[in-house]
Design a protein around this ligand. Structure first.
Ligand SMILES: C[S@@+](CC[C@H](N)C(=O)[O-])C[C@H]1O[C@@H](n2cnc3c(N)ncnc32)[C@H](O)[C@@H]1O
Length: 189
């Protein structure tokens, strides 16, 4: 099933909310990071800059054919050869990736999902030991220009608790102004 309240506005509007390169650097992406997964890639807002930053492959998963097509279009336009798009329901069906096969998992603007622990356990399964989980989400503030309704919008402390219960530790929290926060956690064992 699609994550509720996960539809996208027009791309131009969405792009106004972030500086993806800046955010990805803060969230720890660089050439030392190899293969990564973008769960719910949307327009490829973060997939494309991430593909330029890491040394391995980016798996970009989304259930909306339009989003997958748009991400593929940008991959071609940018002549990238390290992005694989996957049309798939990741909440019910998982990612389809192998155990301990990737270095970094991006859960960006998606953790208001119905079963966050399930998604986090899937992230834990596919990450190798020493791998990292990056979460970004809308600030818990009803004045942000978009974002899920406050009833289902997670606070950063809640995201950390969910991730800890899936096995992640060492949370680091970042302010991603103007509208987001970021959390990076590790899979230690
Ligand atoms: C709010 S958008 C975030 C896009 C991107 N992560 C970003 O921050 O720019 C959420 C995306 O997740 C996708 N999505 C929602 N539920 C999904 C599911 N169960 N399986 C795969 N993709 C899903 C939506 O189609 C949408 O493109």
């Amino acid at each position: 099933m699609k994550v509720k309240e996960s539809g996208m506005p027009e791309e131009e509007t969405w792009n106004d909310f972030f500086s993806p390169n800046h955010i990805l650097k803060i969230m720890g992406l660089n050439k030392e990071v190899r293969d990564i997964v973008d769960f719910g890639c949307g327009y490829g807002t973060f997939t494309i800059p991430a593909a330029r930053m890491v040394s391995g492959k980016v798996y970009a998963i989304d259930i909306e054919p339009e989003m997958v097509k748009e991400t593929e279009r940008k991959v071609r336009e940018n002549r990238l050869s390290n992005v694989e798009t996957i049309l798939r329901y990741f909440v019910s069906d998982g990612s389809g990736l192998k155990d301990e096969s990737v270095d970094y998992v991006m859960l960006f603007n998606i953790l208001h999902v119905d079963k966050p622990e399930k998604l986090l356990r899937e992230a834990y399964r596919i990450l190798q030991v020493g791998g990292r989980l990056g979460i970004i989400h809308w600030n818990y503030d009803s004045t942000t220009p978009r974002g899920p309704p406050m009833e289902i919008r997670p606070k950063p402390e809640q995201c950390i608790k969910w991730a800890e219960s899936a096995g992640f530790d060492s949370p680091k929290k970042y302010e991603l102004k103007p509208y987001h926060y970021g959390i990076v956690m590790e899979k230690r064992k």
